[in-house]
Design a protein around this ligand. Sequence first.
Ligand code: SF4
Length: 275
Amino acid sequence: MNKTKIFKYQLLKWSKKNTRKYSWRNSNDPWKILLLEIIAQQTQLDRANIYYEKFIKRFPTPKEMSKATKKEILSLWSGLGYNSRALRLLETSKILSKKPFNSIYPNFEVLPGVGKYTKNALLSFAYKDKVIAQDTNVVRIFSRFFGIKNPENFIKKNEKIILKNIESRKFNQILMDFGSKICISKNPQCEICVLEPNCNKFFQDTKYIQQTFKGSNREIRGKIIKYLIDNENVQISTLVKQLEIEDSKIKPIIKKLADEGMVNIKNKKLIEISS
Ligand code: SF4
């Protein structure tokens, strides 16, 4: 058996006892898939799933979400971080309420916040297209197992062979689970890995330094939005005082939030989430 076949069959075997179950995994509704994928960016799947369930209950279709206010979306999103994703989701729902998914298939990258990975996830999960959705986890697995520095082209070239006689959604879900349970970023579980005997174990120097969250601009942005969700008629001076963050640090962040359309500033004094 060649290496590609071993890769495929060993992962299929592994998945029989190791696949996580989520309601959206059996759905081919593109809205559900898009919602989950946007929520799951930079968020662990179990946590993303909790938010997904809240969102889908409140907004079962893009049309329902398109009528929501930014404040309502940000309030439901609260705790997930990266609030700009929530606003892109709202923007996307407005587009989709006028132009349904089928009318833009397969060019989903025209939607705000939809990159290559999310596009392929939609094509695979909602439309059964034979594509592998390449996120960092998937690229890492291929890179290590096949010993390739940049496996993107390799995946593209081999995806039809790998996905032959198998639903792409199934294989993409397996890769997702395998990348988060076994071939994980920092401590790959090679001792218990079914691919181990054939794996090149190509470990690149991929140390990724993330900005410490505590005290970061991202944390301050989150605190500002949370405060504005919980309070009405907020004066900038009150906000600065309540959050106890130096003027020189918080003011540029407020300005950036205003430039991005996340907040409105009235008469240079009052601040609120933009409508
Ligand atoms: S043997 Fe290790 S590096 Fe290779 S696929 Fe398994 S977990 Fe990843």
